[in-house]
Design a protein around this ligand. Structure first.
Ligand SMILES: Nc1ncnc2c1ncn2[C@@H]1O[C@H](COP(=O)(O)OP(=O)(O)OP(=O)(O)O)[C@@H](O)[C@H]1O
Length: 339
């Protein structure tokens, strides 16, 4: 649905040149929720804004639904942009217009008949859960309600793609979750492709199917959220994953002195095996006593997972037999400390 090929962006001003994006290659599939995560200054905003060409790349190609956006005249670009909605961290609502008029704004711009606009606004108000608030002004709304107006306005022209620029960063955790549920609901109901940028791993974990990690204008890691989250490779990704839970490595370092000579493993369960007594059965079969040092059971979007840090109280040969048995049962086992 969205293809970025070798996209680069340099900002040039009196003070010199800043390279914000360096040869980004990225494909977002139709109907998926794709997250881009990075620290401040990594290039996230620039990247999401190159998708609808609010930021013109200095190199490379942007293709959306087969249309090469980077080649279009400004008139054609304006037309194509109607199929790409966008929401923002600070909502960007018209403060002197009501909820209904804010939502109607893009429809009036495209000169739709008033009767059609009225009906569409009613549908959208219902979709985002704002029925009864149509005649309020933005100053009378909470942050979450303002973002709901932003979402309804972005969806007014039935776009194929919704771009979310730090859409929950100005909201408290509870409101963040309600907006994330709304985005998930919209993605499922309308089959709209969503691309979001964030600096919060919680956002990625809750609604994204795939994620790209951006650092210094490069994509340093990309893949399904389950892979990237459970097996982070790059130090930046590890930092983000550590936002959510105490990293087992931290526990290891803290208890390192007393731990020499012990065998420690990290066992990862994914999907239905999370709820099966696989660990208990294997350890009973192989007769290996173990201690749980740390554990998490949670979800990555719809997929349950568990991660346990175990210490095996046996010799190396017995531990290896237990590890092989766990792997035979389909569990992912990483040896963290070997004797
Ligand atoms: N208009 C601009 N002119 C000059 N440099 C810019 C401009 N916009 C962004 N930059 C620079 O490009 C780099 C990437 O910025 P960008 O805003 O894309 O990062 P970001 O990951 O979105 O950061 P944040 O989360 O802080 O918004 C930074 O070094 C930034 O200073």
């Amino acid at each position: 649905m969205i293809q970025l090929q070798g996209v680069s962006k340099q900002y040039t001003s009196g003070r010199g040149t800043v390279t914000a994006l360096q040869k980004i290659d990225l494909t977002v599939n139709k109907g998926e929720i794709f997250g881009i995560i990075g620290h401040s200054g990594a290039g996230k905003s620039t990247l999401i804004r190159t998708i609808n060409l609010l930021e013109k790349p200095t190199g490379g190609t942007v293709i959306i639904d087969g249309v090469e956006m980077t080649k279009l005249s400004s008139r054609r670009l304006q037309e194509e942009r109607r199929s790409i909605g966008m929401i923002f961290q600070h909502f960007h609502l018209l403060s002197s217009s009501t909820v209904a008029d804010n939502i109607a704004f893009p429809l009036r711009l495209s000169k739709r008949p008033e009767a059609e606009i009225k009906q569409r606004v009613q549908e959208l108000v219902g979709l985002v859960g704002l029925s009864g608030h149509e005649h309020k002004y933005p100053s009378q709304l909470s942050g979450g309600q303002k973002q709901r107006v932003g979402i309804a306005r972005a969806l007014a022209t039935n776009p194929k793609v919704l771009l979310c620029d730090e859409a929950t960063s100005a909201l408290d955790p509870q409101t963040t979750n309600s907006i994330l549920s709304l985005l998930l609901d919209i993605n499922r109901k309308l089959q709209i492709t969503i691309v979001l940028i964030t600096h919060e791993m919680h956002v990625i974990r809750t609604i994204c199917d795939r994620v790209a990690v951006i650092d210094g204008g490069h994509i340093v890691e990309m893949g399904p959220v389950t892979d990237v989250f459970l097996k982070p490779q790059h130090p930046t990704t590890r930092d983000f994953v550590a936002q959510l839970a105490e990293d087992p490595e931290t526990t290891l370092a803290e208890t390192g002195a007393e731990a020499s000579g012990r065998i420690r493993i990290r066992v990862t369960f994914l999907g239905e095996q999370t709820y099966e007594p696989v660990l208990f059965e294997t350890m009973r079969e192989t007769n290996v006593p173990f201690v749980i040092l740390q554990g998490t059971v949670s979800r990555l979007k719809d997929t349950p997972y568990g991660q346990l840090l175990l210490e095996l109280r046996v010799n190396t040969a017995e531990a290896e037999a237990a590890i092989a048995a766990l792997r035979r049962r389909g569990l992912d086992v990483e040896v963290i400390q070997h004797g």
